[in-house]
Structures are given as structure tokens and as C-alpha cells.
Design a protein around this ligand. Structure first.
Ligand SMILES: NC(=O)c1ccc[n+]([C@@H]2O[C@H](COP(=O)([O-])OP(=O)(O)OC[C@H]3O[C@@H](n4cnc5c(N)ncnc54)[C@H](OP(=O)(O)O)[C@@H]3O)[C@@H](O)[C@H]2O)c1
Length: 301
């Protein structure tokens, strides 16, 4: 079925594979937005200038919007809560209001950080309780979407990794960068406190493509959904998986059992993805099998 799809944040870690996955569907006309980066087929827009959003959307006239643009670095959000609110909440509200007024379906990408991490696993109906400014902004974004109308989907996802432009682009692959940059023989402390479920951006992109296809076939589809990888790991565990590929002697990795410094982080936000699974939606790439292709462009041989 046809649709005119707009992907915001199409230059980002998640937006790139989402744009690729959706553009591969012949019946869909797909455009992405960029801000600081550019590229062929991308529309440049500053979504923090919320007043300009309606005219921008009038011009593109999307019937489906996947809203992935955001400030997603918790430590930046903690230091700049106003800037974060402008993009994560103000822009989301403007997109959602336009979508509701024009009969477009908005999929808003949210985060497992809307939970406090004390009562995993979380279903879409579990009570939310963010413990840092980033998580609060993502929850406020959800509320803005829900206040605008009923024809929306919220997709919460946890820590993401996948094809990166630089290793420090993802909070997962940055661990490999730190290992590669260590001095010879240096031992590296790796956080072993929070349990995470690293989730491949290619899998989230496939899930979003399936959600759009499902919506086009089932107009009643809407609500809050979760997608997550299934492998529970701390950052120390992820570093152990990187070690043989770099290579890096795993004996030099020191598990650090203290909570991380900086913005407070939840301990375990495992997301229950069974609502989408029950619709036949889903894709999971095993963590270890994804790493060689992700690392290859960044390793000097
Ligand atoms: N990364 C994770 O581990 C993670 C985990 C859970 C949830 N999420 C959520 O997943 C979504 C995608 O995150 P991501 O990791 O792909 O983020 P990202 O890599 O930081 O990309 C952010 C995107 O937002 C765009 N952007 C930033 N400021 C903008 C502005 N003022 N106007 C318009 N566009 C702007 C960027 O464009 P330019 O690059 O062109 O400037 C980029 O395309 C977000 O909603 C995030 O909250 C991410």
C-alpha cells in the first residue's frame, strides 16, 4: 500500500537504517530530515524552531512520520534541560499536532529511560518514572503525542548499536573505541552495574518498517509499544564480546560494580516486547554475530 513517509533524524544512528529500510519499499515515497549533517535526498530543517514545522510539513505532506530526531545524550540533557525540552518535547508536540490535524500517522521513538529501572521487566502499561532529565524529556514527548490525538504509535527502545560513522557514535561501540585507545598494558574499568539489552539499529529499522506496513493494512493500529534485544549485558559484558575482535586481552578489563558517574541511570529497564511479537512484528540479530561487520570499517589492518 502507498504512503508518503517522513523520517526525522535520518542522519542519526537510528535514522540512517530506518531511512534505508523504508526507502527499499517500492510503494513508499520516503524523505529524511537532516540538521547538522546533509546528504542526497535529505531535507535540512532545525526542528527546535518549532514555529517553522507546520509550513515544512505542509510542503512535504507526509501520511506517515517516523520521528527519530532527538537529543539523546543523558549528560547533555542534564546540563541543557531547556534545549533538550525544545527538541525532545516542543518539536514532538508540533509534529504530533500537525499529524493529528492532517490525518497522518506519527511514530515517536521513545526510550527505556522513561522507567526508573527498579521493576523490570516493563510492559507498555507499566507506570513510568524517569530519573534523569533525558528520560523526563522523552516521557514529556510521549505525553505531547498522546495529547495531540489518538492515531499515533510510541516505540520505546533501549541502548542502540549498529553501523556507525565513528565508534563513539553509539554508547555501545564507544567501548571498543576506549579499548583501542588504551595504552599498552593499561587496565580499563568497565561499568558492571546496569543491566542493558543492546538492540541493533537494523532490527529497530525492520520493526518500524513492519509497524508502518501493519498500520497501512490495519488502520486501527495505535498505542505504546516496546522493542528490545533479548540479551542481558552490562557494559563490562559488552566489552568482553568486543575483546577478541580488536583484539584486546580480556584480563585487562576490570568490572566496576559502582553506578556510573554523571546523570543518574536506571539499573534495569528490560522492555517486554510481546505486544509487537504477538502481531508477528520483530527481528533480533545476536549481539556477537553483529559486531565483526560493525567494527570492520574502524579497525586499521
Ligand atoms: N542511541 C541510543 O542508544 C538510544 C536509546 C534509546 C532511545 N533512543 C532514541 O532513538 C531516537 C534516535 O536516536 P539516535 O541514537 O539515532 O540519535 P542521534 O544519533 O544522536 O541522531 C540524532 C538525530 O537528530 C537530528 N537532530 C538533532 N538536533 C536536531 C534539530 N535541532 N533539528 C532537526 N534534527 C536534529 C540529528 O541531525 P544531524 O545529525 O543532521 O544534526 C540526527 O539525525 C531518539 O529519539 C532517541 O531518544 C536512542
Amino acid at each position: 500500500m502507498n504512503c508518503t513517509l517522513l523520517v526525522t533524524g535520518a542522519t542519526g544512528l537510528l535514522g540512517r537504517p530506518v531511512l534505508r529500510a523504508c526507502a527499499a519499499v517500492p510503494a513508499w515515497r520516503v524523505t529524511g530530515t537532516a540538521f547538522r549533517r546533509t546528504g542526497p535526498g535529505l531535507e535540512r530543517v532545525d526542528l527546535a524552531q518549532t514555529g517553522a514545522i507546520p509550513a515544512f510539513l505542509d510542503r512535504l505532506a507526509p501520511t506517515v512520520i517516523i520521528h527519530a530526531a532527538a537529543e539523546r545524550r543523558p549528560d547533555v540533557s542534564e546540563k541543557d534541560p531547556d534545549g533538550t525540552q525544545r527538541l525532545n518535547v516542543g518539536a514532538t508536540a508540533a509534529l504530533a499536532q500537525w499529524a493529528a490535524a492532517h490525518g497522518a500517522f506519527l511514530i515517536y521513538i521513545s526510550s527505556d529511560y522513561v522507567f526508573d529501572g527498579t521493576r523490570a521487566p516493563y510492559t507498555p502499561a507499566s507506570p513510568t518514572h524517569p530519573i534523569n532529565a533525558y528520560g523526563q524529556s522523552k516521557l514529556d514527548g510521549e505525553h505531547a503525542v498522546q495529547a495531540a490525538g489518538r492515531d499515533y504509535a510510541v516505540l520505546r527502545v533501549p541502548i542502540l548499536y549498529g553501523e556507525v560513522e565513528a565508534l563513539d557514535e553509539s554508547p555501545v561501540t564507544v567501548l571498543a573505541k576506549n579499548m583501542l585507545n588504551a595504552r599498552p598494558g593499561e587496565r580499563l574499568a568497565m561499568e558492571n552495574w546496569a543491566t542493558r539489552y543492546p538492540t541493533h539499529t537494523g532490527d529497530v529499522a525492520a520493526v518500524l518498517r513492519q509497524m508502518v506496513a501493519h498500520k497501512l493494512a490495519h488502520p486501527d493500529f495505535s498505542g505504546v509499544f516496546h522493542w528490545s534485544g533479548a540479551e542481558a549485558m552490562t557494559k563490562y559484558g559488552m566489552a568482553l564480546a568486543f575483546a577478541p575482535l580488536l583484539p584486546f586481552d580480556p584480563a585487562r578489563l576490570v568490572p566496576d560494580n559502582a553506578p556510573p558517574a554523571g546523570a543518574p541511570r536506571p539499573k534495569d529497564c528490560h522492555l517486554d516486547a510481546s505486544a509487537l511479537e504477538s502481531l508477528g512484528i520483530g527481528q533480533r540479530t545476536p549481539f556477537a554475530s553483529a559486531l565483526p561487520a560493525i567494527l570492520a570499517p574502524h579497525l586499521v589492518r
